[in-house]
Design a protein around this ligand. Structure first.
Ligand SMILES: O=C(O)C1=C[C@@H](OP(=O)(O)O)[C@@H](O)[C@H](O)C1
Ligand SMILES: C=C(OP(=O)(O)O)C(=O)O
Length: 443
């Protein structure tokens, strides 16, 4: 893994320009690993993400008796599927802070049966999982909390699943529905399984990623809008042979925003117009702010507004909660007050992102109103020098690097990023990639 100093001083950079090859998508990587493990046959995964979140999934699968091999030094892996039953029936699994690992694995392990404990870093033990546990225990799973009720660590024992109809709340995290969907074919051996969503579902595009990958592994899901999802009996995961992981669209957001803020063109390679990741819709927000976006099959490019600064934006960001953090920092460069709405889920992610974002934007001189589920950001006349705390949140480190661009340069401000190594959760080489588009103006 990368070694970064305790803090990183970013020199102001006037222009951002260049091309960046993206690391693999976290959401696709961890879903693909689990589906490949559960399926019949061998799957060749191309360009898996190398990061903390995929590492914990790979290690967990290994402990569960799933065989996989990395091809040389590449990010290509071969996973030998176990056909729906993990060989090891007892394991203690460390899940780091990876929501895309702990939630789907909890459902899969509760259904396949065995004696398992799942735990993570301190923050993981503050991230809710109660809606998923309730949904599973209601149909006969035996999941217990070994710490605070509603949160990991968890102890899973063999239960007797009687699942025809499951109900899950969708307003805290979409990952609970994703977890149940991925486990549903394992429950639907003899009878169809329907999962009903209770109340509002947030972060909807992530469910499309889940359904898309399940289909590629041979399982069709019938749906009634966002309310109910049915897996017919007798469907099994089967390997598609090979699968390629797209570049990460959330990771793309930092570079595209850099192009929109500081001239461009900045191109990201690895994700394009046919992406299955909802976060590619981040470009709609950048366009509304005045940037020019061009998309190819496998790339996206951003150029700044030629006629003046970025325009302020007032929009609902529920569909792209991760990339929306990038907009919050881009708002520092806009011509007025921006409002990011419907982002309440920020409070239960790597940190309380609403509070963290408000605190750190204020250090740079912005006026910030922090609502229960919104942020209103008025940029300062000039960005102040500041040491940005990152709260062990990779996205705080990555999006605040943008504060070192043009506006800051005029003020001569240095931006310090504390604890930059937290980017390892999804993008260990982030700061090298960021330096490459600002060339020798940074560091
Ligand atoms: O399913 C996924 O891959 C993800 C869903 C989102 O979480 P929520 O559904 O909790 O908003 C997102 O923030 C997370 O980074 C990845
Ligand atoms: C919320 C995030 O992660 P997780 O998959 O752990 O929920 C994120 O990457 O921004």
């Amino acid at each position: 893994m990368k070694r970064y100093p305790h803090s990183l001083d970013l020199q102001p950079a006037i222009h951002a320009k260049g091309a960046v090859r993206l690391p693999g998508s976290k959401s696709i990587s961890n879903r693909t690993l689990l589906l490949a493990a559960l399926s019949e046959g061998t799957t060749h995964i191309h360009e898996l993400l190398a990061s903390d979140d995929t590492h914990v999934m790979l290690m967990a699968l290994q402990k569960l008796g799933v065989r996989w091999e990395q091809i040389g030094e590449s990010q290509d892996y071969i996973v030998h599927g176990v056909g729906g039953v993990f060989p090891t029936h007892q394991a203690d699994l460390f899940m780091g802070n990876a929501g895309t690992a702990i939630r789907p694995l909890t459902a899969a392990l509760a259904v396949t049966g065995g004696d398992y404990t799942l735990h993570g870093v301190a923050r993981m033990h503050e991230r809710p999982i109660g809606d998923l546990v309730d949904a599973l225990n209601a149909v006969g799973a035996r999941i217990e909390y070994t710490g605070e009720p509603g949160f990991p660590p968890l102890h899973i024992r063999r239960g007797l699943i009687r699942a025809r109809q499951l109900k899950v709340r969708g307003n805290v995290s979409s990952q609970f529905l994703t977890a149940l969907l991925m486990a549903a074919p394992l429950m639907a051996r003899e009878e169809a399984v329907t999962i009903e969503v209770v109340g509002e579902l947030i972060s909807k595009p992530y469910i499309e990623i889940t359904l898309n990958l399940m289909r590629r592994f041979g399982v069709e899901v019938r749906r009634d809008g966002w309310q109910a999802f049915t897996v017919e009996a007798g469907q099994r995961y089967t390997s598609p042979g090979a699968i390629h992981v797209e570049g990460d669209a959330s990771s793309a957001s930092y570079f595209l925003a850099a192009g929109a803020i500081a001239g461009g063109p900045v191109r990201v390679i690895g994700v394009g117009r046919d992406s299955i990741q909802g976060d590619v819709r981040f470009v709609d927000a950048l366009e509304r702010m005045g940037a020019t976006i061009t998309m190819g099959d496998n790339w996206i490019e951003a150029v700044a507004n030629a006629n003046g600064p970025l325009r302020a934006i007032d929009a609902d960001f529920n569909h792209i909660p991760d990339a929306a953090m990038t907009i919050a920092v881009a708002a520092l460069f806009a011509d007025g007050t921006s409002t990011l709405r419907n982002i309440g889920s920020w409070r239960v992610k790597e940190t309380d992102r609403l509070a963290a974002m408000a605190t750190e934007l204020r250090k740079l001189g912005a006026e910030v109103e922090e609502g229960a589920d919104y942020l209103r950001i008025t940029p300062p006349a000039t960005i102040l020098p500041a040491a940005i705390d990152t709260y062990d949140d990779h996205r705080m480190a990555m999006c605040f690097s943008l504060a070192a661009l043009t506006g800051a340069a005029r003020a001569g401000a240095r931006i310090r990023i504390n604890d930059p190594k937290c980017v390892a959760k999804t993008f260990p080489d982030y700061f090298e990639a960021f330096a490459s588009i600002t060339k020798d103006e940074l560091f």
